[in-house]
Design a protein around this ligand. Structure first.
Ligand code: ADP
Ligand code: ADP
Length: 228
């Protein structure tokens, strides 16, 4: 069974913009799936619906039963990475990555092993005491990814995370993200308008057509992923 299924999902905003119309898609446990399509086709809206940041105007979003139970007991079982790293400038790298656990009531001392593990995953162990202003764009994005991973989510949602980075930094981050995915065996839903990025990264691509958004094609890149 899929981890998550969206059936006939529509999303209309108050300004009468229809962002999604009849969206059917599923996310399978352990896969790296890309949502690919032009700007404005509803990819971010689909991602925000999955994250529970917004509700569908019509249609259904169903979680696998185990996942539903899990989410009830672990509200942080989803990690979200936005295009902007949105770090707190007054907090160190360590403090920024601590944030989701801090909000869940986990103190610095108790959170430390998870924070260090997340920093190690993104190659930032040596920068725990640095401040965001001292970091390059790529490093800020790494902090943002570590912050999303610190709660050990099963599902990682990423909304054009590398779009603002130069090509070389972006390529490095692509490779490191693949490594993170292989090590953690988490499920990743990755929004992008880059054909290269989607083909390079994902095991499956859902191609969105232009507005109103809906999946118009599915491309399986690696039929062996996800492994059971
Ligand atoms: P994408 O991520 O593919 O660029 P979005 O999901 O961000 O597309 O947006 C789809 C459409 O919905 C766009 O026309 C966008 O302007 C509109 N939209 C997105 N969010 C809102 C909102 N909160 N209120 C009104 N319109 C929105
Ligand atoms: P991206 O292109 O990176 O996907 P957007 O510019 O579409 O991002 O959206 C950024 C934010 O602005 C989102 O929170 C979205 O909901 C909101 N937004 C986008 N389009 C509109 C709109 N037409 N009216 C109101 N809010 C919007």
């Amino acid at each position: 069974a899929p981890l998550l299924r969206l059936s006939g999902v529509g999303k209309r905003f108050a300004n009468a913009v229809t962002a999604l119309d009849g969206l059917d898609m599923e996310v399978r446990a352990g896969e790296f799936v890309s949502l690919l399509g032009p700007s404005g086709c509803g990819k971010s809206t689909a991602l925000r619906l999955i994250a529970g940041l917004t509700e569908p105007s019509e249609g259904r979003l169903e979680w696998d039963e185990n996942e539903k139970d899990r989410r009830a007991s672990e509200p942080h079982s989803i990690g979200f990475v936005f295009q902007e790293p949105t770090l707190m400038p007054w907090a160190s790298v360590f403090g920024n990555v601590h944030l989701p656990l801090k909000l869940a009531g986990v103190g610095r001392r108790e959170a430390e092993p998870s924070i260090l593990e997340a920093l190690e995953l993104v190659g930032l162990s040596a920068f725990r005491d640095a401040y965001p202003r001292e970091l390059s764009g790529g490093m800020k994005m790494r902090v943002s990814i570590a912050r999303a991973l610190v709660t050990k989510p099963r599902l990682l949602l990423m909304d054009e995370p590398f779009a603002a980075l130069d090509e070389i930094t972006r390529f490095k981050l692509n490779n490191d993200l693949l490594e993170v995915w292989r090590r953690l065996r988490c499920t990743i839903v990755f929004v992008t308008h880059s054909v290269f990025e989607s083909v390079y990264l994902s095991s499956r691509i859902l191609v969105f057509r232009a507005r109103p958004g809906r999946v118009s094609a599915e491309l399986v890149i690696d039929p062996n992923q996800p492994r059971d």
